[in-house]
Design a protein around this ligand. Structure first.
Ligand SMILES: [Zn+2]
Length: 75
């Protein structure tokens, strides 16, 4: 069963979740603030040392926009 990395878009907490592939895009709650505003990170691209920049540029969507980058939104 694969491990997916998620980031909470409210508190920027990153956490790993072990779940089946069919559940990869299912909503989940942040383990810190319980927000459901979480986004799955694409781990293969997530190797930058600057995690803040990597988070902004590697997630497939940020929940508030549908583009491949978050350059167009404030998050
Ligand atoms: Zn959170």
């Amino acid at each position: 069963m694969p491990i997916y990395e998620y980031i909470c878009l409210d508190c920027r907490h990153k956490f790993d979740v072990l779940r089946g592939m069919s559940y990869a895009d299912e909503p989940l709650n942040c383990e810190i603030c319980a927000s459901d505003n979480c986004s799955r990170l694409i781990s293969v691209f997530f190797s930058h040392s600057d995690s803040r920049t990597a988070t902004a540029t590697t997630q497939s969507s940020c929940g508030s926009c549908s583009a491949n980058s978050c350059a167009g939104c404030s998050r």
